[in-house]
Each structure stands twice: as C-alpha cells, then as structure tokens.
Write a protein that binds this ligand. Structure first.
Ligand SMILES: *Cc1c(COP(=O)(O)O)cnc(C)c1O
Length: 844
C-alpha cells in the first residue's frame, strides 16, 4: 500500500498508487468495491466474503483491503471459477441497474437542478471512519436516501487523515483514544483530477484537493489539505475530526464552507440550493456573498438576499452551549479581508453572527449566521422545532414564538444500512419490494405475518449479537475467579444502549440503584441483559467517567455476563446492537435530544423502544408501539434523574419483562410480537430516510430552488429589488398601524359568515407591501383566542388620511362567543418565509 502520509519519523516525498492486480474477468470487482453501495448490499458483501471471509472481518469490512491483500493465487482461482464469475456478474448488473435505473425523483418530474449538502462529518460505512456520531451518520443516511430517490444532491465534507478515534479501554475502564492513519489511496476514494482549490486563511494561501466517494447514485467530495505546496501547519488542517483547539476548528470550518463552494465552482456544478447540516459549514454563505459582490457587482445586502434564497439551514442542537462560537479576535484574523471584499466594515460582517441584543464584541455565533443566511431553516423533530423557535426567538423579538421562521423535518434513517438481511427479506416480500419508499398502507401488511417467522428473525438477531459480543470480548479482563459463566444468554430479554457518552444521555441512569438493577438482570426465570457501547468525546471527562462506571458495574459478580460494555463503538457495533436487541433504551434529559436516530434503526429491526419522550419519540410514540418513560417534574437534575430512573425500573419490572416472558404453549410471546408488529407498522413508513428526504425536497429544496432562480435571473435583478424593498419596509413599517376593527353582524348562527373590516394606517406603503391577516375563533376565559380560522383580508381602497380599508368574511363553525385578532405584516412574493422580516403589528 502506498501512502504519502506518516505522523512520526520519515515522510514520503512522492506518492504513487498500487492498485490490486485483478485478473481481467474480475475487473468489475473494483467497480463494486469503489461504490460504497456495497455497504448496504448483502449480495455485494457476500462477494467479498467469498474471496476471503477472514480478511473481510479483519479489515473492518473493507473490500478495498480484501482485494489488495488477496494472494494472487486466490484471485487467479476465482477468475477461473464459473460459479464465482456468474455471481460477480449478477452483483455487477445489479449495481449498474441501480445506478442507471429510473428513480422516484425523475418519475415525479422533480424540477430541482442541484443541491449541495455540506457537513463536517459523513457516516457512510465503518470502512470510512469520518463520523463521530449522530450528525455524521445522519448525513450519510441523507446522502444514501437522496441518491436512491434520484434527488440531485452532492455531498461536501472533509477528509480527515486520522478520522475519528478508535476506542480502547484501560484495565480500569478508562477510555484511551487511538488515531489510526488512513491512507486515502488505498480506500474506496478516488482523487479528483484538477480539483485543487485555494482558500486564503489569514493572508496565507492554503491548497486543498478533493477525493470522490461514490455512495450509490450520490457523489461525496471530501477536501484534503495534506498536499505538497502547503506548509506543515496547513497540511494538518484536515488531520482529525473535531481535533485541536478553537483556531484549528475555525480553519476546518473555513475550509469546509469556503473551500466547499470553490470546489463546486471548480467542478462546474451549478448549485441552486446549499443545505448546511448544522452551523459548521456556514462560511459557505459568506463565500457566496463575497463572490456575488466581487463578480456580479451586488451590494452586500443584495448579495445576502440572493444567497438566502438558495440556502437551507438545519440546526441540530437544543442548547445554546452546543452552538459553535468563535472569539472576535480570531474572526478578525480570518475575516477582515472578506469584509473588505464585500465592501462592509468588519463589525457589520460580524453582525451576521450576533443576536440583536448582543454586543459586537461577543463571540461569533455560527447558528445565528446560519439562520441569517438561510431563507429556510429547520430543527430535526417536531419537539426540536419548538425548542429551536424558543431558543432563537431573540433573533425575531417582535414575533410570537410560534411564528419564528424555523420549521422541522424529523430525521430518518437509511433502512438498508441498518436492517438485518432476514428482516429486509420479510419487508421485501410482505411490505413492498421497495419497502424503503413504501407508505403506511403497504406497511400494514406486516400485521399478517406469522408470529413464528417474526420471532425466528428476532431470535436470530439476538443470537448473532451474543456471538458478536462474545467474539469481541474474548480475553477481555474478567474479575478474577468470580465466574465461569459465559457472557450473555441468547434467550434472555436483551436491552440495547449504544450512543455517544454525552452526559445528557444518562447512560448510567439504571446504575443509580445497583441492587435493583441486579435483581432485574439476575432473575432466574426471567433473565434480562443489558448490552452497551459508546465513545466519549476525548475532552469529555464526565463522559469518560460514565464509561468507567459502566465497565466497573459490568464486572460486579452479580452483574457479570449480564451487563456488558462493548468497546470501540462504530457503525458495525451499532448495527449488531440494533439487530439483536429486544428493547432499545433511550434516556436523555428532555428536551436535550434534538431527534435521536438510533431508536429508529432499532425499531426497523423489530426492537421496541423504551424512551424518554424526547426528539422523534415525542411525536411518534402512540401508546402501543413501545414505551414512554414519563418525564419527571422535579426542578433539579439530580432529583429528576432519580424520579425517571424509578419510572424506568417500574416499566421494566411491571410491563416489559412480564410481556416478553408471557409465552404460550408454543413458546411464542404473542403479546410481545403483536407490539413489535404494531411498532413496525406505525413507525416503518415514518422513520425511513426516504420520507425525510422527500420532506426536504418538497418543503425546502424545491421552494428554495424556485426562489433562488427567480432572484438570480437577469444578473440578480429580483434580488436587488427585494433588498431595496426590505430596506424601505424597515424604515416605514414602524409607523404602520391598524386603526379600526369591525365585525358584523355581532350575532350570527353557527355556520354563517362574519364580515371583518379594518382600517390600516399605511404610512406611504402600498397595499401590495402588506398582508392584513385575521385570526378568528371561540374565546375562552381571560379572552384567550382558540384559533379556528385564519385568513387574509382584501384591499378595498383608500379610506382617507393615508389609510386603506381591508375586508373579508369568515365562517364560524361553532356556536358561542367568538373573537378576532388582526395583524399586519410586510408581504413580498419573493420572501422565503412569511415572517422572515421579523416585523408584525397587531391591532390593539
Ligand atoms: C445512529 C447512530 C448514532 C446516533 O444515535 P442517537 O440515538 O442519535 O444517539 C450515533 N452513532 C452511530 C454509530 C450511529 O449509528
């Protein structure tokens, strides 16, 4: 294997690539190995296992290494094996058909031209360790599902030469991080010819080149600064995912944002919509603004309008502490030049990253900039949408919190990546051959599946998990002579928990009462076992202490073999856990889990969720498709933890364990399986990433592309108009008011219409500049209005003294006392959101 990278000692000064020497009949193996679709295609995996099953396992599921390390004799034999060649042909044909076949997007006449999806991490497969957790895995699933739907979406990220760390545990359970050097030349990546771009960082020119990963139909480009011509510090910009101090992270984000835009230009991609996955890629917006000012002669304000139109921003954190912020002096070092290019002062540029109430000197907030430079923004679950509107309300202080222009698209997961082959077969046969795109009606067919078959699939998954864990932990430290029992029991109720060990996820909730846990796990007739895995961020001491605590507990005599911690959590560990767990446990402090996706993956495998009502579970729990752990009411975290631990224990003791062990004469847990079916039927159509991507396409990408195109036409004529309009509105709207509201008749029968008429003080604005809206409904005690109808009033001409009359009629479906509220807001056809100006005036 060739490498041009080496951390210590000698450094190669030239690099070259040695491809495996494949005999001609096997040449299509390379095509299969270099498209990461193999990672969710069991038939393709079988092909590489056929070549060398041990090598496939030992390489951490990496076909490129299987090919590189296969002895030439083995390949020659296979090249003469008709059985293998026939199978290879089938897999090759299947891949080509997939890549070139018709798609949902084409069939539905999608009008979207091109979307760039920028993310600091992508979790595609364990062989490409460029992810740390949920954010990256979500990006990978988004890309896979978009490709499979045929949505023209290109991924942009960074290639970290050491990726994310692999985890080892010291004998006392302390996490030790290892950073293996990755050699991109020997991975499923290809260097993109002529892709070298330049990014200026504090006056220094940094070069970056791009690697291409093929992910089914989608392309993922990863920028890499470890190139000749960069000074040693610049070469290290892409060393590690989330490695290093603040300035290092800033440089990575500049590379991702600014470099990402330049790479797309270099590739000749005409992108309509930029989707930034969290704030880290936000500098892409600034670079686009800069280009519009420099190359198209727009003002800064006009350029901001043009950029906003084609930008979608997804926020992922429900807490201010989770947001990326950079100190002003660092921002000045890296962005004073860009401010100059844009023709604005540095302070004006910094204004993009501050709440209105904050002083210029406070640190620059990437989420605030993300929202200011994006016409469309969303949280990642319904609850997280609400939390985000609350959290970012200060950006739109005049709006009601419900009107804050942040919506939600609930995250989904790429089923094919996560679901066990036997379960996928069941879905293909029963739901729909394209089950991952199927709707609720198709999923309901699972209700007719035999309990016996479903149970066999579940049992098999659990057995595989037990075998996987035993294989991994063979030789793991045992507490002296305590036990000769084997690890885990393939027949026991298995609870899974695998995720990052961030403290808010409370991995140790059940360990708050060790005796009760021991009673639960060691019941002779109804045994329960708990399998856990997860990494803590290298700097997170509290997270590492939680891991150490779990490891310590797992060695207690009464828990040994029933509570296990599997080290080096990654996508393959995660998959084994989803496929083999009966219950998927999720214990975040509500509402700190923005969405959570591991429970969705477990659900698709027929596990039942037992979760705090947070993130996705808050909207998808229906009382029967799993269990909700009630949220405690106590004020302090500690008290709430203990309340919720108690609820969780009670659920397990009184409902979950008894239901699992309630067996008929045939040994089948019929009640349990009914719940599993109900869970699959209700969640299947909603948790698939294809549902998520379709939501993005319909609600965000397509409208954004349309506005973008409109604003960009004729050298951004409409962007200039919109910008001038906003500045006019900003100076006049403060004097707009509603001077009179009349409702007639005052008594009507239900079902009849009420006329609403108002007079509006226009202050120089025209009727086209404003929307006058009525909200109407029954009135409760304290004059609180229940919204029953909303509508826009129609202009009925001047009413003297610079006022205009607006009128409309509304049906009142119910009897009783009714009320109306009237508001006026600026209106323009090119706004991305009705409330984006943040301006509104209510009639008093
Ligand atoms: C799905 C997944 C996650 C996200 O899990 P959460 O439920 O969001 O905590 C993290 N890491 C890996 C490897 C995953 O597959």
């Amino acid at each position: 294997m060739a490498s041009d990278y080496c951390v210590a000692g000698m450094r190669a000064i030239r690099s070259f690539t040695v491809s495996p020497d494949l005999p001609e009949p096997l040449s299509s193996l390379m095509e299969i190995a270099t498209n990461l679709r193999w990672s969710w295609t069991p038939a393709a995996q079988r092909l590489f296992r056929w070549i060398d099953a041990d090598s496939f396992e030992q390489s951490g599921h990496d076909p490129m290494r299987v090919l590189a390390e296969a002895p030439p004799g083995r390949l020659a034999d296979l090249a003469a094996d008709p059985g293998f060649l026939e199978y290879l042909d089938t897999v090759t044909t299947d891949l080509r058909r997939y890549v070139n076949g018709p798609t949902w997007f084409q069939t539905n006449g999608g009008s979207l031209g091109s979307v760039a999806y920028l993310s600091p991490e992508f979790g595609i497969a364990e062989a490409l360790p460029q992810y740390s957790g949920g954010l990256g895995v979500l990006a990978g699933d988004h890309l896979k599902a978009a490709g499979s739907l045929g949505v023209p979406l290109i991924g942009i990220g960074l290639l970290y030469r050491q990726g994310y760390f692999s985890q080892e545990l010291s004998p006392d359970g302390w996490q030790i991080e290892h950073y293996p050097d990755l050699d991109p030349y020997s991975m499923a990546l290809s260097l993109v010819p002529d892709s070298t771009i330049e990014v200026t960082m504090a006056g220094e020119i940094v070069l970056a080149r791009a690697w291409l990963a093929r992910v089914g139909r989608a392309r993922l480009y990863l920028l890499d600064t470890d190139v000749e011509g960069n000074d040693p510090a610049a070469r290290l910009i892409t060393d590690r995912l989330y490695g290093g101090a603040t300035e290092h992270r800033l440089r990575q984000e500049i590379l991702l944002g600014v470099g990402g835009v330049r790479l797309l230009d270099r590739l000749g991609e005409r992108v309509q919509v930029f989707h930034t996955n969290e704030g880290h890629a936000g500098f892409s917006g600034l670079e686009r603004v800069r280009q519009l000012v420099m190359d198209h002669g727009l003002t800064f304000a006009e350029a901001v309008e043009a950029v906003r139109a084609g930008t979608v921003f997804t926020t992922h954190t429900p807490v201010p502490a989770g947001i990326d912020r950079f100190p002003v002096d660092l921002m000045e070092k890296y962005f004073s030049g860009l401010a100059q290019d844009c023709g604005v002062s540095f302070d004006e540029l910094m204004g993009l990253g501050h709440f209105p109430s904050e002083r210029v000197q406070s640190s620059f907030n990437m989420a605030v900039m993300g929202l200011r430079l994006a016409g469309r923004a969303n949280g990642v679950s319904r609850l997280h949408g609400e939390v985000s509107r609350e959290m970012f309300h200060p950006l739109w202080p005049d709006l009601d919190v419900d009107e804050v222009p942040i919506g939600h698209v609930t995250n989904g997961v790429h089923g094919a990546t996560w679901v066990a082959p036997a379960m996928r077969e069941l879905f293909s046969e029963t739901v729909n051959p394209a089950w991952y795109h199927a709707g609720a009606k198709d999923w309901r067919r699972l209700l007719g599946v035999s309990d016996d078959r479903l149970w066999r699939i579940r049992q098999h998954g659990r057995e595989q998990l037990v075998e996987f864990v035993r294989g991994r932990l063979a030789g793991a430290a045992r507490p002296g002579s305590v036990s000769r029992e084997p690890l885990l029991d393939p027949g026991a109720l298995t609870i899974g928990f695998a995720r990052r060990f961030a403290t808010y996820k409370r991995a140790t909730l059940l360990m708050s009462d060790p005796e009760r846990l021991e009673r639960l796990l060691s019941n002779f007739d109804r045994p329960v076992q708990l399998v856990m895995a997860g990494k803590a961020h290298p700097a997170d001491m509290a997270g590492k202490e939680m891991i150490a605590r779990v490891v310590e507990m797992s060695r207690r005599p009464g828990l040994f073999g029933r509570l296990v911690f599997v080290d080096n959590y990654d996508m393959s560990v995660a998959r084994a856990l989803y496929q083999g767990s009966d219950v998927w446990l999720n214990t975040p402090r509500r509402p700190l889990e923005a969405c959570g996706t591991s429970g969705e993956k477990a659900a698709l495998n027929g596990a039942l969720n037992c979760s705090i009502r947070d993130g996705w579970w808050d909207e998808m729990f229906d009382g029967e498709n799993g269990w909700a752990i009630p949220t405690g009411l106590a004020e302090s975290d500690a008290e709430r933890d203990s309340e919720e631990a108690d609820y969780l224990f009670s659920l397990l003791e009184n409902q979950i364990v008894p239901l699992f062990y309630d067996r008929g004469a045939d040994g089948l847990p019929r009640g349990w399986l009914a719940r599993v079916k109900h869970s699959l039927v209700t969640l299947g159509p909603r948790v698939e990433a294809s549902r998520m991507v379709r939501d993005y396409v319909r609600d965000l990408y397509e409208p954004a592309a349309a506005v973008h195109d409109r604003l960009a036409a004729d050298n951004y004529a409409a962007a200039k108009v919109l910008s001038a309009w906003k500045s006019r509105i900003a100076s006049c709207f403060g004097r707009v008011s509603v001077s009179q509201v009349e409702v007639a008749p005052t008594t009507i029968t239900s079902g009849q219409q009420a006329e609403v008429e108002v007079l509006v003080e226009m202050d120089g604005l025209t009727e086209a500049d404003l929307a006058v809206e009525v909200i109407l409904g029954p009135v409760l005690a304290g004059d609180e209005l229940v919204v029953a109808a909303e509508g826009t009033l129609v202009d009925h001409g001047p009413a003297g003294d610079g006022r205009r009359r607006f009128r409309g009629s509304f049906t009142c479906p119910q009897a009783g006392r009714h009320g109306v509220a009237v508001r006026v807001r600026p209106h323009h056809k090119d706004l991305s959101h009705p409330f984006e100006t943040g301006l509104v005036v209510w009639a008093s």
